[in-house]
Design a protein around this ligand. Sequence first.
Ligand code: PEP
Length: 249
Amino acid sequence: MRRPFIAANWKMNKTISETQEFISGFVLTVKDITDVDIAIAPPFTYLTVAAEKLKDTNVMLAAQDVFYAEKGAYTGEISPIMLINIGCKYVIIGHSERRQYFNETDDIVNKKIKAAKKAGLGTIFCIGESLEDRESKKTFDVLQKEIEEGLNGVDSEGIVIAYEPIWAIGTGKTATSEQAQEAHAYIRERFRTLYGNKADEIRIIYGGSVTPENIDSLMAGKDVDGALVGGASLKVESFVKIINFKKGS
Ligand code: PEP
């Protein structure tokens, strides 16, 4: 049985005081939730204050990105060890915004996943097709390539996959529950080829305009194990409603 995983990706939003205010209220509201893994990925500059507020709670700290070198002359970058030092348990890798705006290739993503795992971080590895890919029926080809190249030489330990169709991210257009389930089932089959029966233990979460209104139907898919939430994670109320999804409705 896979434990649901719901993570907030705040992207480049909030101030320090907004971060403190959010987390203070949020941790109290979710403190009794024991059957869902919850993570918040604030911007790098708020990781310290978020770590303090999340200490001894049931909410894990995550980062939105990481660099693959351990240390050295890489101006502006953050290493996996630095994230571990500050208390991060997970890191998002390969988000489509990183691929699109910062030219991250599958090879870079693969190096980042390897480095993060080596340091002991769980990874939220993002994959997903563009609208053009979907319309030209290349969704599965894209997913296959991103999985094979991103996970080349990587075991399944600590990997959470986020299926995030690019056309659904921040657009208000969510994949239907059927589209999400179809992609997740495909991804699990690819994992079966790579990892055998371990494929059944890997969590595959959905991302792309998840809201309190659509989470229940998305989570009804048998291979949908949680959500990576952008816009709707910026308010305590909507993020808590998402975490309190009802499975099977
Ligand atoms: C994301 O940032 O990964 C995301 C899915 O964003 P949104 O929920 O805003 O579409």
